[in-house]
Write a protein that binds this ligand. Structure first.
Ligand code: PLP
Length: 408
């Protein structure tokens, strides 16, 4: 008899976006003439940069020839892309990352989800609340948690609330934890972590022989020089941190699929008998066994992100999204809302008005302004009382959305 992996039955139904979809569809059906503006899902809206599509077209033409055909490539990614990443993302910030510490992949969702496989099942997982659900659900599937409760919290996971009181950067946990998921700039709160805040976490991980799984998918949205773009800007991080990055939000690759993960050679985890094992070697084995590489065409497109034209074009798009974020922050603040984020991230985290919970605010916005956002409670219990608005949209639509919200 075939048995099922019963960990999957612990999962709370992926309920947030389906529930939003259900409510939006019901509203649209009842109000066929309403023009709905979607500031809900975190997906890009601007087209790919011409430098990227030119490079991809060229790669396609190469593939149409005998001498230009690229079959299976290196699972870790072509050297041309790994070297471009080192030269452009790390060296200019004086960060030591070697090209062979980079693993190119089909995106950060997969990498953040897959990485837990190389860690023992008894490790204690710590996540922020609110949180990007991938970190939690993949550990549930693996059996690293107990049952979930009605608020969506699982036994054995340590939840670290992120609220206005701590500027959305968690305190160190009071109980020992082993696998620490951090994401800065943050989805959904739009918050950033300073060097001093990240240093505390790196020191904690060093002291406690823990590991930090650092999701930097939004680093390209950081403005100015004071906020760290990489966990490796923090002294000691090469001993304790894995970093995930993605071309999805940086260069609009959500539908192209390319990201990468950095696993420094210093990183170790321990056997039950206390023997240190190099994680680079294990992740390499895992990646090369289960993954056959990102397409040559896609990696050529990703390489072009680092060309001078590519950089200029991509920055222009990021500036467009961030000017949306500025517009939203300004408009909502003027209207009396308390807003967070949106300064170094494409998300605005709005405090819902007193006595209005995050789903009630969702209903209010769609009914009164025909604007769709995401209820904070959908990202975790500590997200209750907050609401996420995404800056990924056309500036005219964002402006229209803000005008409509002002008339509620
Ligand atoms: C969008 C996003 C990613 C990127 O995922 P991809 O699989 O690379 O598209 C990673 N982490 C967070 C928190 C995100 O919001």
């Amino acid at each position: 008899m075939i048995f099922v992996n019963e960990n999957f039955s612990k999962l709370k139904a992926g309920y947030l976006f389906p529930e939003i979809g259900r409510r939006v569809n019901a509203f649209a059906k009842a109000n066929p003439d309403a023009s709905i503006i979607k500031l809900g899902i975190g997906d890009v809206t601007e087209p790919l940069a011409p430098a990227v599509t030119d490079a991809m077209h060229k790669a396609v033409d190469e593939m149409a020839t005998h001498q230009g055909l690229h079959g299976y490539g290196p699972e870790q990614g072509y050297a041309f892309l790994r070297e471009a990443i080192v030269e452009n993302d790390y060296k200019p910030r004086n960060i030591q990352v070697d090209a062979d510490e980079i693993f190119v992949s089909d995106g950060a969702k997969c990498d953040t989800g897959n990485m837990q496989e190389i860690f023992g099942i008894d490790n204690v997982v710590a996540v922020t609340d609110p949180v990007y659900p991938v970190y939690v659900d993949t550990n549930v599937m693996a059996g690293r948690t107990g049952e979930g409760d009605d608020s969506g919290r699982y036994e054995k996971i340590v939840y670290m609330p992120c609220t206005t009181e701590n500027n959305f950067v968690p305190e160190l946990p009071s109980e020992p934890v082993d696998m620490i998921y951090l994401c800065y700039p943050n989805n959904p709160t739009g918050a950033v972590a300073t060097k001093a805040q990240l240093k505390k976490w790196v020191d904690y991980a060093v002291e406690n022989k823990a590991i930090i799984l650092f999701d930097a998918a939004y680093e390209a949205f950081i403005r100015g020089d004071s906020i760290p773009h990489s966990i490796y800007e923090i002294e000691g991080a090469r001993q304790v941190a894995i970093e995930f990055r993605s071309f999805s939000k940086t260069a609009g690759f959500t539908g192209v699929r390319c990201g990468f993960t950095v696993v420094p050679k210093e990183l170790v985890a321990y056997t039950k008998r206390g023997l240190a094992v190099e994680l680079h070697r294990i992740w390499s084995r895992r990646h090369c066994t289960k993954f056959n590489g990102v397409s040559y065409i896609t990696q050529k497109g990703a390489e072009a992100v680092y060309s001078p034209e590519g950089k200029r074009q991509i920055q222009k798009t990021i500036d467009l999204y961030m000017s949306n974020a500025d517009m939203m922050r300004e408009a909502l603040t003027q209207q009396g809302y308390v807003v967070y984020g949106g300064e170094h991230a494409p998300y605005i985290w709005v405090h819902t008005p007193k006595g209005v919970d995050s789903w009630a605010f969702f209903d209010l916005l769609i009914n009164k302004a025909n604007v769709v956002g995401t209820p904070g409670a959908g990202f975790g219990a500590a997200g209750e009382g907050y609401f996420r608005l995404s800056a990924f949209n056309d500036p005219d639509k964002v402006k229209e959305a803000m005008d409509r919200i002002s008339k509620i």
